[in-house]
Design a protein around this ligand. Structure first.
Ligand code: BG6
Length: 463
């Protein structure tokens, strides 16, 4: 069971690195603004920096990548909480100094944030143990949790050598997003949905995560991952697990994660023919990208969940870079009425629930058919907005970092969930068709349409 004990220090490995610069300082500042930053923050990295350099870096990161420093009092809280230890991770003396710093701060339950490349995890975890500061501590890590099933299992083995599962906080920032949490709430706080939310009424579920920009200078990183690893294995399968899971017994982290793990385990491994890969024209000219790269920047998959509730209902997932819009949406299409009484042409797919998950707004709409006014019984499709709200300015990182420090594990991915999700994609990581070129600003290769059953098409989210 997760402990829900407040950590009493945050140790940020990789404090001078990219992730800290772009995301973590901003999240800490956000927590400071809300009065939630109450622990010392010890930055650790190899650079020979002073704490003032780290403070400047934090301010610059917040100004450039976050909303900017507008509350000097909150920034002073963050700056005051910061300290810095420069040292090589291979040198035990670095960890002796860290142990001393924790001791001086009276910290017995530190949270170690490993904002460093996964290849360094084992070394750092072993050094924490050797310095006797792993016990009672928790560890926070970021995706990628491995690059395939075997490496994810290996990563979990490394982490478990020093930390029990209940002390491991795996950040999938999608789970910190307001609209994703609304999916969970909406499903289990309403009774009208349950009778139709199954194979008897749902025809198919589509999830589209479109981005209207390319790899933004991250070509080298992207070459290692591709779309399936980058967003489908984690963000989108997590989203599908919330859509498809059974009701949890209660709001505890373990109840929720048990049900998510169960539905992820019921997902059938993808087959080659379930996966269409695309690559936008121009990707190979990006910095750090091989001139003959076959890495996909677009993925469309057809997923089956072999469960009582979902047997036979296809889940279509599509994600890509350089698509026409930036938007993430779920659309659950209901089966048409059993008899087409009015001979309507457009009944298929016209009853649906559409959840807008990003960017910035949470909205929910219902697709219906209504009679067109006039003499004949002719109909038209309408969409009813059930709700539309802008999301709070609490960022996903801010929420997740605050939760990890507070010991609230609900929004973090558990070992079994992560491994089950890898099991789904693992077979097609290597055994797949070549990536098909597509023009930037289009919805990817036309071959993705062939995944759809007759009479269905991909839903295209509006900007
Ligand atoms: C990240 C991926 O995990 O999620 C990026 O590495 C992607 O490629 C990003 O752009 C999308 O997140 P968000 O919060 O901007 O929708």
């Amino acid at each position: 069971m997760a402990t829900k004990e407040q950590a009493d220090a945050l140790v940020l490995f990789g404090a001078t690195g990219d992730l800290a610069h772009k995301k973590i300082f901003d999240a800490l500042y956000g927590n400071a603004k809300r009065g939630r930053l109450k622990v010392p923050v010890i930055g650790v990295a190899a650079d020979d920096w002073t704490v003032d350099q780290l403070r400047d870096r934090a301010r610059e990161g917040i100004d450039t990548f976050g909303g900017g420093v507008h509350d000097e009092g909150a920034f002073a809280t963050l700056a005051g909480a910061l300290s810095y230890i420069g040292g090589d991770y291979r040198d035990p003396a670095t960890f002796t100094r860290l142990a001393q710093a924790l001791n001086d701060a009276g910290a017995r339950r530190p949270a170690f944030y490993l904002a460093i490349p996964p290849s360094m995890f084992e070394m750092v975890v072993q050094a924490l143990q050797a310095a006797q500061i792993a016990e009672g501590a928790r560890v926070i890590i970021e995706k990628p949790f491995g690059i395939d099933l075997a490496s994810a299992q290996e990563l979990n083995r490394v982490l478990h050598s020093a930390f029990p599962e209940s002390s491991i906080y795996r950040i999938d920032h999608y789970l910190g997003k307001e609209p994703i949490q609304n999916l969970l709430y909406f499903r289990f706080a309403n009774s009208f949905l349950e009778p139709i939310w199954n194979r008897n009424y749902v025809d198919c579920i589509q999830v589209t995560m479109a981005e209207n920009f390319g790899v933004q200078g991250r070509g080298r990183f992207y070459e290692e991952v591709g779309t399936l690893r980058d967003v489908v294995q984690n963000h989108l399968l997590q989203t599908v697990s919330l859509l498809a899971m059974e009701a949890p017994n209660g709001p505890s982290a373990e109840s929720l994660r048990n049900e998510k793990a169960q539905v992820l385990e019921a997902m059938l491994p993808l087959r080659r023919e379930d996966f269409v890969r695309g690559q936008f024209d121009g990707y190979r000219q990006e910095d750090g990208v091989a001139p003959d790269s076959d890495v996909e920047t677009f993925a469309a998959v057809k997923l089956h969940i072999d469960s009582w509730r979902w047997a036979g209902v296809p889940f279509f997932i599509r994600a890509g870079k350089n698509l026409p819009v930036s938007a993430t949406e779920v659309r659950a299409e209901l089966k048409p009425p059993p008899k087409n009484v009015f001979g309507d042409q457009a009944l298929a797919g016209s009853n649906y629930l559409r959840f807008r998950l990003g960017p910035d707004v949470v909205s929910l709409a219902l697709g219906i058919r209504v009679k067109h006014p006039g003499e004949t019984f002719a109909g038209e499709s309408e969409e009813l907005y059930v709700m539309e709200k802008t999301t709070e300015d609490l960022t996903a990182y801010e929420r997740l970092l605050g939760d990890a420090i507070a010991g609230e594990a609900l929004l973090f991915a558990r070992e079994d969930e992560v491994e089950a999700a890898w099991q789904v994609v693992d077979p097609v990581l290597r055994d797949h068709d070549p990536a098909i070129p597509y023009a930037p600003g289009t919805w990817g290769p036309a071959e993705a349409d062939a995944l759809m059953p007759e009479g269905h098409s991909w839903h295209e989210p509006a900007p």
